[in-house]
Design a protein around this ligand. Structure first.
Ligand code: NAP
Length: 249
């Protein structure tokens, strides 16, 4: 298949490089910034014009832009809806109800026969693919061979294939991924350092800070603002800290 990655930042490059190395599919990329040098090292053709990119006979378009820019990016595709006709659209955002709502509101999927797979690969450049969950929800799939072919990329990288409704995903991820990023960011503000007497637990905390603070602030803000469940967990986190302070005193 010919796969286009729209949004060639940290995660888009990570996905693109692995898919391109497998040599089973041709990968091309588009981004608002110029990543042509990086793309060349990955043998990926890079486009800086959106219509040129969309005109390359793509089977699949993976949207890998930040959560907070997603709506604007989807709106920027509207003048080119005919170029999306008969394609499989995949979003990889770390929240799931929000992109589904935007796509269903902005695009007439039936009119243009656009298939749409909402996904969240629960991994990234710091964790690798193996034995990591690949969450997906087949929102509109008419060409099942193409969708299976796409999902096989993740199966072949030994991901744990996890079909899940978007709202279930957001409930789980608010109390797992968001809490992880929140803890990592809070500890990141403490400037923790390596010591000559690190315990295993402390080493785990240092890796947590590294893993979460390596991701962009846009990603963290997106996790918070575009998943309704996270507000509750921030409040619970604060209450728990108060409770612990009381127990200590
Ligand atoms: P990010 O900061 O969430 O997104 C960066 C990408 O968004 C870049 O491609 C950037 O394009 C694009 N972008 C930002 N603002 C834009 C705008 N106004 N207009 C057009 N494009 C814009 O970092 P990321 O880690 O690469 O994540 C990309 C997506 O993958 C996110 O939705 C994230 O939730 C999801 N995801 C990430 C991970 C991970 O481990 N990092 C894992 C699973 C899913 P330019 O660079 O060209 O400016």
């Amino acid at each position: 298949m010919k796969i286009g990655i729209l949004g060639f930042g940290r995660f888009g490059q990570f996905l693109g490089e692995t898919i391109s190395i497998s040599k089973k599919h041709t990968v091309i990329a588009y981004s608002r910034s110029d990543y042509s040098d990086i793309a060349k090292t990955m043998k990926i053709d890079f486009y800086q014009s959106l219509p040129d990119f969309l005109n390359q006979g793509l089977d699949v378009i993976i949207i890998s832009v930040s959560i907070i820019s997603f709506e604007a990016v989807i709106c920027s595709l509207k003048p080119y809806l005919e170029l999306l006709q008969d394609k499989l659209l995949v979003d990889v955002l770390s929240v799931k109800n929000y992109p589904k709502k935007i796509i269903l509101n902005q695009f007439d999927l039936d009119k243009y026969n656009i298939d749409y797979l909402a996904t969240h690969p629960m991994f990234g450049p710091d964790s690798g693919w193996i034995q990591r969950p690949m969450v997906y929800n087949s929102v509109r799939i008419t060409n099942s061979n193409r969708a299976v072919n796409f999902l096989d990329i993740f199966k072949e990288q030994q991901c744990i294939m996890t079909p899940l409704m978007c709202d279930e995903h957001d409930k789980y991820s608010a109390k797992s991924q968001f809490i992880t990023h929140l803890t990592g960011r809070i500890l990141g503000n403490l400037d923790l350092e390596d010591t000559p007497i690190n315990t295993n637990g402390y080493n785990s905390l240092l890796s947590l800070v590294d893993n979460t603070c390596n991701d962009s602030l846009d990603l963290f803000q997106g996790l918070y603002h575009y998943n309704d469940e996270t507000k509750l967990w921030l409040t619970k986190f604060r209450k728990s800290l108060d409770l612990i302070e009381k127990q200590l005193n």
